[in-house]
Write a protein that binds this ligand. Structure first.
Ligand SMILES: *Cc1c(COP(=O)(O)O)cnc(C)c1O
Length: 392
């Protein structure tokens, strides 16, 4: 049996008539930029996040860049974030000329360790940028307390956390700005790139809107150097079909996650994510990430040679397990194998191994098991029984 890490095929089959109608109606309308589909989506997305304003843009990366620019963050400013994330989190900070300042994450839930934040505050600190990684919410009350104490702005990276809540309130509604991605593998995926910012502040919404269209508050008057970053009408039409399904999809992801937590918890070689579920918390499980650090199984002599050549370390239990699973048709992904602070692109920050020990250790241990709303019990049972047979 083949189990993919992620698949859209069942969702596409279920929604096919509505999606085709939505796409064709935009195509035939001739209105491809802006228009009713975009404004409808912005309104319903804002209301799903519980804020008055959402502004669509071209990607989650652009949402982060637009958010930083809208808060006037740029050269000379420092933005505090984590290095255990997708590269775009830091890349956006650098793109506006600011400096990413990384703090370590906590090993249990993979999220920014808020107790480390105070240690890196300097007079140049302007903003804290927590990442709701894998769909798990950062403690936003703690973030807001820090931001108030040190007079920092808050931008939430919600790219993997559409539908996530902290204390009953959706992520993206807590900070000054929330940044979302509609990349196809995220919880709410378009048929291509797309993104949005959310905010409670009408001036911020207006600033993002202008920056996203060449810094142009009215036609051919340019008050800022901006970007060309819009959510396409066709993508908005697709998202209008999908948004009403989001809550159901998240419930399905939770069922899958609960089954993994249940059936894998006694396997000695793999460590479950330790999510302390609190009242009002909704984990949207964009990824189900375990830690593999214990070589309790026989080393394989049937390893796929090409795998070791392209990636991996034949002495790392996680990498060995990844190959063994793939031998049995189970395809897993490593989010993320190299921490951002040690990426060659950030040589200029002069980080060295050991700077962020938890982050660096996680990059050697994490493995994402197949999870998506439509994964069947049969497929998931295959993953579970192969893991059990390898370890027990
Ligand atoms: C996907 C992602 C982004 C970037 O979103 P794109 O739409 O791909 O530009 C930013 N941050 C995190 C944590 C992500 O997972």
């Amino acid at each position: 049996m083949q189990v993919p890490p992620f698949s859209l095929s069942k969702q596409l089959l279920e929604l096919r008539p509505e999606l085709e109608e939505a796409v064709l109606s935009v195509l035939h309308s001739g209105h491809y930029i802006g228009g009713k589909e975009v404004s409808t989506f912005e309104e319903s997305f804002a209301s799903s996040v519980g804020v008055p304003y959402a502004v669509g843009c071209n990607s989650g990366t652009d949402a982060l860049i637009l958010a930083l620019r809208a808060l006037d963050i740029g050269p000379g400013d420092e933005v505090i974030t984590c290095s255990f994330s997708f590269f775009a989190t830091a890349e956006a900070i650098s793109a506006v000329g600011a400096k990413p300042v990384f703090v370590d994450v906590s090993r249990d839930d993979y999220l920014i360790n808020l107790y480390e934040v105070e240690k890196v505050i300097t007079p140049a600190s302007r903003c804290i940028l927590p990442v709701h990684l894998f769909g798990c919410p950062v403690n936003m009350e703690h973030v807001i307390r820090l931001a108030t104490k040190f007079n920092l702005k808050v931008i939430e990276d919600c790219a993997q956390a559409c539908g996530t809540k902290w204390n009953g309130r959706p992520v993206g509604s807590w900070g000054d700005i929330g940044c979302f991605s509609f990349f196809p593998t995220k919880n709410l995926g378009a048929a291509g790139d797309g993104g949005a910012i959310t905010t409670n502040d009408d001036l911020i919404a207006q600033r993002v809107r202008e920056l996203a269209i060449h810094g142009m508050p009215r036609r051919y008057l340019h008050t800022n150097l901006g970007y060309n970053s819009r959510l396409d009408a066709i993508q908005a039409a697709i998202l209008n079909v999908k948004l009403p399904c989001l809550n159901q999809w998240i419930k399905q992801r939770q069922v899958v996650a609960d089954r993994y937590l249940d059936f894998l918890k006694d396997i000695p070689g793999i460590e479950m994510p330790d999510i302390s579920i609190r009242t009002g918390m909704v984990h949207s499980w964009n990824q189900f990430v375990v830690k593999v650090n214990n070589i309790n199984f026989q080393k394989s002599n049937t390893t796929i040679q090409s795998f070791w050549e392209s990636f991996g370390d034949s002495n790392n239990p996680r990498d060995i397990l990844k190959v063994k699973l793939s031998d049995q048709g189970i395809n897993t992904i490593i989010y993320y194998p190299i921490p951002i602070h040690l990426q060659p692109a950030y040589d200029n920050l002069n980080h060295k191994e050991g700077d962020l020990p938890v982050t660096e250790q996680l990059c050697k241990e994490v493995l994402s098991l197949p999870i998506f709303p439509e994964i069947t019990y049969e497929e998931q049972d295959h993953v579970i029984s192969v893991l059990q047979s390898l370890f027990l």
